[in-house]
Design a protein around this ligand. Structure first.
Ligand code: GDP
Length: 197
């Protein structure tokens, strides 16, 4: 999948500030530091399109990007990571309502990529995110990232545990590494499948 153009559009907190709902939208969610920016940058083949978590300012907003190329024109949405220890309490309080307004109301949203660290058993916050997606009938695409950090055996064991905890078949968990780019095609495949539904 070649991406010819990838452009940052804007950051927003509330619906009035979202870009007009024109293109199909794919959002990305996950615990802060899970590798969300790295995944998006690999998908769009741009090293610095999405800033990594060393810049917490923008990471607490909803960031909209448009892309085009071999995929249909799309909006990618970088949702603020959760579990970020250094975020002020006031910002933390805004996080839930900001996410729920987006997930509940965004009419062009077609799928949410939920990113999990393959080395960790999903946290309560991860499960809450999955519950929200199910409650709002948003299709989850679950990506297990940092796969390069485990041996084949360790990876297989983790996938079994994660699949049990999420109550999802292991075939639905897409294995990925931003380092080796393993799984990039499969993440794209899952996104395109969601768009076709
Ligand atoms: P974000 O906060 O979810 O956007 O996470 P980042 O994309 O900034 O990644 C957090 C850290 O994990 C950075 O140091 C990345 O280099 C590292 N990282 C992200 N993805 C991978 C991966 O697939 N493999 C490895 N080994 N490191 C990764």
């Amino acid at each position: 999948m070649r991406i010819h153009q990838a452009t940052f559009i804007k950051s927003a907190v509330k619906p009035a500030d979202y870009p007009p709902p024109e293109l199909s939208e794919i959002a990305f969610a996950g615990r802060s530091n899970v590798g969300k920016s790295s995944l998006i940058n690999v998908l769009v083949e741009r090293k610095g399109l999405v800033r990594t978590s060393s810049t917490p300012g923008r990471t607490q907003l909803i960031n909209f990007f448009t892309i085009s190329g071999e995929c249909p024109p799309l909006t990618l949405v970088d949702l603020p990571g959760y579990g970020y220890a250094k975020v002020p309490l006031e910002v933390k309080r805004q996080w839930g309502p900001m996410m729920e307004r987006y997930l509940a109301g965004r009419e062009t949203l077609r799928a949410v990529v939920l990113i999990l660290d393959v080395r960790r058993i999903p946290s309560d916050e991860d499960l809450q995110m999955l519950d929200w997606l199910r409650a709002y009938r948003r299709r989850p695409v679950v990506v297990l990232t940092k796969c390069d950090k485990l041996t084949k055996n360790e990876r297989a064991k983790q996938i079994t545990q994660i699949s049990l905890r999420l109550d999802l078949p292991r075939e639905e968990l897409v294995q990925f590494s931003a380092l080796s780019k393993e799984g990039r095609d499969n993440v794209w495949k899952a996104i395109l499948a969601a768009l076709e539904e």
